[in-house]
Design a protein. Structure first.
Lengths: 406, 289
């Protein structure tokens, strides 16, 4: 009886060991034999940030489709197709975090592509750090992302503009017209709202502006009557806001109805997609917001990606730039897998850090802080589309006072 | 300035009344909490959006079409889904309405997409000067609608023969049934009427702000605060609760900042519940009190 027990325990132990070894082998989703290489993304396809999630989804998928159509990528001498797994995090950081874990551990994703905006990207980046697997993100301003881990990121990478440029741009753009240089600042309590709020407060005096009113509020705020009354009473002719699209839409409508008509009005994040004029109609006219990737820069593949973005239904220039960023970081990841000739996390992570190539988005090369700050531009909604107003380009005039709120 | 914030909050409170009155009516009559209240509000906003898009009607005029549809939806939901579950107790009804909320949320996303939509009308972008303060026209409209809804429901419940049947069914369903009142029918009609009231509230939300498939829970929470503060099941309580919440929100945001708004609103709610657990207007749970 005793020996039967011993045999049974030995068999159980052997089975457990075999399963563990199999599981270890599966982790990291190797490209052994002709198995597809899995990459993943958790995106805000529903919820308050859903205006951007579908753009990144289409871009990631387009890049993967193009590579697969060309036969896939070669790793360890074997051609492998790419399997892109995308999950909807409903704009919730907790869901994003949980889904990132699932993608890495259950779907065996060798790396993830980022969601959007610091609250979601920081949540997913923390998972990447915990599991020591790579992540490349975009559409996430750099300073707020870096603030998410003061000790520094090791497996997470970000390609986007930084808030220093972003906060400078609004004052540089406002200088194109005449105002009393009194600013009302509206920032929400998310990480990018906090980071940018501080930067605007810090930079306003450098450009000769005074923040005469600063409203801080939680995401999901719908009523801004008292804040608008205060901004109006403070005689602020420049309005700067950093808030999610639904909240920004509510603010703009209420400013219009309460007859608060600043000469310059910036809707950071809120005004960055075509849902802005869809929700506001003519009231959207004249709003400025930061963007990136001026089409005129003419990096390789520009016309092809613009056509792909339009085909996917993203025609506003602010959306096309998001599409190009999403496509380009997918290319960075796939190029890295080929260059590393491995899907193991550490070689892949090291190879990402060595990226130095020009993509349609522009030259991509990461700094020691794991970020690549790309140039930002200021755009303005004019006739239902965005046009670059700073740095100034020929044939485009910055419209002031703000038409929509006048 | 403080006086202006009081005025703003007073009219904002009217909007809160319109979203909460359907919830309090259902609770007052059926003693059930409808966790799908937020989705009834947002569903009505989507309906109004559909009607205004296709028929080119003003969103408030679209209520002529939206109201009967919402009544039918409310009545059908109660008779087909909730009525058979009543005998299983409050917990089952709670779970059922929660399930309905999830189904509706998913359906909204599938049918209308995930982007934030808004109902547009000229009066959403204008203001009215009241005692020197500019108040959004839509808030004034909402306040008038709130008063009409509460007074109208009060008159229906106290003056009409049907109202008496409703009150009887609310007080003691078994006794009401024994004197020939068709209690399931009363419940169905009341749920339909609550859906109609929510149609007004939902349309006003769509006009005042924006809405998306996941907006429902936010408005459900606010409706709860209003009716718990005023007294669950009390129409007049909903009126007072809505106005109080509006005023507290506005004054709080102006004095200590909007980031503390929810903290102070909920702290006030807890304080009231400690002092007066039944809410400001609640004696016992009953309608038209």
């Amino acid at each position: 009886m005793r020996s039967i027990n011993k045999v049974a325990w030995s068999m159980l132990f052997s089975t457990f060991l075999a399963l563990s070894i199999a599981a270890c082998g599966a982790a990291g989703g190797g490209a052994a034999s002709n198995q597809p290489v899995v990459i993943g993304a958790t995106l805000p396809l529903t919820g308050p940030l859903s205006a951007v999630g579908p753009i990144l989804k289409a871009a990631y998928q387009a890049a993967v489709d193009d590579v697969n159509a060309a036969g896939g990528i070669e790793v360890n001498g074997t051609k492998a197709k790419i399997n892109l797994v995308i999950l909807d995090n409903t704009s919730d950081p907790n869901t994003a975090s949980s889904q990132a874990t699932t993608l890495y551990l259950q779907d065996n994703a060798v790396a993830l592509l980022g969601p959007f905006t610091p609250p979601l990207t920081i949540a997913v980046s923390n998972v990447a750090e915990r599991l020591k697997r790579p992540l490349i993100a975009t559409a996430t301003p750099v300073e707020a992302w870096l603030a998410g881990r003061p000790s520094g990121w090791h497996y997470s990478w970000d390609v986007f503009f930084d808030e220093n440029q972003q906060t400078n741009l609004v004052f540089q753009t406002a200088n194109l017209t005449t105002t009393n240089k009194r600013v009302a600042l509206f920032t929400d309590t998310e990480q990018d709202g906090i980071t940018m709020g501080k930067l605007w407060l810090q930079k306003a005096p450098q450009y000769g502006y005074t923040i005469v009113y600063h409203a801080v509020f939680p995401v999901g705020t719908t009523n801004f009557s008292s804040q608008i009354a205060a901004a109006k009473a403070a005689n602020a002719q420049v309005l700067i806001s950093q808030m999610i699209p639904p909240d920004a839409t509510a603010l703009w409508k209420q400013m219009k109805s309460l007859s608060y008509n600043p000469i310059v009005a910036e809707g950071e994040k809120g005004a960055s997609t075509s849902t802005w004029p869809q929700g506001l109609g003519s009231v959207a006219e004249g709003t400025i917001c930061t963007n990136f990737w001026p089409r005129s820069s003419g990096y390789p593949g520009t016309s092809d990606l613009v056509a792909k973005s339009h085909k996917a239904g993203f025609t506003a220039s602010a959306e096309t730039s998001g599409f190009v960023a999403g496509y380009s970081i997918t290319q960075v990841l796939l190029d890295t897998i080929v260059r590393a000739n491995s899907t193991s996390p550490d070689p892949l992570n090291t190879a990402i850090g060595q990226t130095d190539k020009t993509y349609t988005l522009g030259p991509i090369k990461f700094g020691t802080n794991h970020a690549d700050s790309i140039p930002a531009i200021m755009v303005q909604w004019q006739n239902n589309t965005t046009v670059q107003v700073y740095p100034q380009v020929s044939g485009v005039t910055f419209e002031a006072p703000n038409k929509g709120l006048a | 300035m403080f006086f202006y914030h009081l005025i703003d909050g007073f009219f904002l409170g009217g909007l809160y009344v319109t979203i909460a009155v359907g919830l309090t009516l259902v609770f007052g009559v059926m003693k059930m909490v409808n966790l799908a209240q937020g989705e009834f509000l947002i569903g009505a906003a989507y309906l109004a959006y559909t009607v205004t898009t296709h028929v080119n009607l003003d969103p408030l005029l679209s209520l002529i079409i939206v109201v009967p549809i919402m009544f039918v939806i409310g009545y059908a939901v109660q008779r087909v889904i909730l009525n058979p579950l009543i005998k299983r107790g409050q917990e089952t009804l709670l779970v059922a309405t929660f399930g309905l909320a999830l189904i509706a949320e998913t359906a909204f996303a599938l049918v209308f997409g995930n982007n934030t939509l808004a109902l547009n009308a000229p009066y959403t972008l204008t203001g009215i000067t009241i005692f020197g303060d500019t108040v959004r026209t839509i808030y004034v409209i909402a306040f008038v609608a709130a008063v009409l809804m509460v007074v109208g429901m009060y008159l229906i419940l106290t003056r009409l023969r049907f109202g008496k049947a409703v009150r009887a069914a609310a007080e003691d369903p078994a006794a009401a049934a024994s004197v020939g009142i068709d209690v399931p029918l009363v419940y169905g009609v009341i749920f339909g009427v609550a859906a109609v009231l929510s149609a007004v509230g939902g349309t006003l939300i769509g006009l005042s702000y924006g809405f998306g498939p996941t907006s429902g829970p936010e408005w459900l929470l606010r409706s709860f605060v209003v009716i718990v503060l005023g007294g669950m099941g009390s129409l007049w309580g909903a009126l007072l609760g809505g106005i109080l919440i509006g005023v507290i929100e506005e004054v709080t945001a102006s004095i200590v900042g909007a980031q503390f708004r929810d903290l102070i609103v909920f702290a006030f709610l807890v304080l009231i519940l400690i002092i007066r657990p039944q809410g400001l207007f609640g004696k016992k749970v009953s309608v038209a009190k």
